[in-house]
Design a protein around this ligand. Structure first.
Ligand code: UDP
Length: 356
């Protein structure tokens, strides 16, 4: 190692399931050359939202802050305490969660240079907490690794100097394709329907509110197909809290590990989701997707016609029923992955070129 590299001390921060998945390969690459610590904030803490992924992706945290909260103030305080103790030079944060914001704030509290990976996504709806998080983290960042040219354009419009923006593709593309290749020939579980719509739901705006959950339940009962629903713990506890049972066409299973989820996704007729990551994986694995929301920041998936927006609340006001939308989407042939290949390598090279 040259002296310059020895002075570098990186911290990569993750706080929840999608962040563990998405940074896993990049962390392994960085660990080979640099002093890089992988820090987990503990925003997601149950075994099926955390340990199952570290085991499967063969990755370990150097520090687990066990915050057990999504409160930004607490997360920031915990991260800052660690940064003050180990004094890194650079911090890498991913995406748009409260852990991302807390990590970015703590990095700036401690005078670290900040990389934002998956920067520049925008849905242009400030009522969405994730949009506010993205904008806040992008305002604090020094370097921006963006998944597509569109994200670069959005950042440039906001005044970010072009030389700080790097189009690398989306890290999930490598992780998702690699894991799927490894498991694609494995035997499928026998307790799922032969044909099904795959559903994921976890956004607080949809699942934290009793009335909204009742609307969702009615909405799902109108879907003409069997629905397979690996349930997020947040949604599960909310349904239990309000005593709401889902209709008979919905088969609920516990949230599953990443490989199993990818295999369920690839075998599904179509995906209904409110998850950002699942919208990306759907287009990568060439499954049509309907996003249960009125906006998305994964704009490329809409532009390529692999994804449609449909808000369960607006259903009555929309021109098509959900079944008509599903029927149309089942005819879509997806041929392009907008998120690139060899993304880990490209991200690694960008980070190296900046820190050395
Ligand atoms: N996922 C999983 N098991 C499941 C459901 C989802 O591994 O039972 C993965 C999915 O493949 C995606 C990520 O979890 O990579 C999405 O997480 P989530 O919906 O919690 O967050 P978001 O993507 O909306 O930030």
């Amino acid at each position: 190692m040259n002296n310059r590299v020895e002075e570098v001390h990186l911290i990569t921060i993750a706080g929840n399931r999608p962040e563990i998945i998405k940074v896993s390969q990049l962390v392994k690459s960085l660990n080979k050359t640099y002093r890089n610590n992988f820090v987990y904030t503990g925003q997601h803490f149950s075994a099926n939202m955390k340990d199952i992924f570290t085991d499967e992706l063969n990755i370990t945290f150097d520090y687990d802050l066990r915050s057990n909260t999504s409160d930004i103030l607490v997360l920031r305080e915990n991260i800052r305490g660690l940064l003050q103790q180990i004094q890194p030079t650079h911090v890498l944060v991913y995406g748009d969660t409260n852990s991302t914001v807390a990590g970015a704030l703590a990095a700036k509290d401690c005078g670290c240079r900040l990389f934002h990976i998956e920067a520049g996504l925008r849905c242009f709806d400030l009522s969405k907490p994730e949009e506010r998080n993205r904008i806040q983290v992008d305002a604090l960042s020094d370097y921006y690794l963006v998944p597509t040219e569109l994200s670069k354009l959005f950042l440039k419009f906001e005044g970010v100097p072009e030389e700080r923006i790097f189009v690398t593709g989306n890290l999930v593309s490598d992780v998702c394709r690699k894991l799927y290749q490894e498991i694609k020939d494995k035997k499928r579980r026998s307790d799922i329907p032969a044909e099904y719509v795959l559903l994921t739901l976890h956004r607080p705006a949809l699942v934290d509110n009793e009335d909204m959950l009742k609307i969702l339940s009615r909405f799902l009962s109108n879907v003409e197909h069997k629905i397979l629903f690996p349930i997020h713990p947040r949604t599960k506890s909310s349904l239990e809290k309000y005593g709401i049972t889902l209709p008979d066409n919905v088969r609920v299973i516990d949230a599953v590990g990443y490989s199993e989820f990818l295999s369920l996704l690839k075998d599904a007729m179509i995906v209904l989701t409110d998850s950002g990551g699942v919208q990306e994986e759907s287009i990568i694995l060439k499954r049509p997707c309907v996003t249960l929301n009125n906006t998305t920041e994964r704009q490329e998936t809409i532009l390529l016609k692999a994804n449609r927006l449909y808000h369960p609340l607006d259903g009555a006001g929309q021109q098509c029923s959900i079944n008509e939308v599903i029927r149309e989407m089942l005819n879509v042939k997806i041929s392009v992955n907008p998120y690139g290949e060899d993304v880990t390598n490209r991200a690694y090279k960008v980070i190296s070129s900046i820190i050395e």
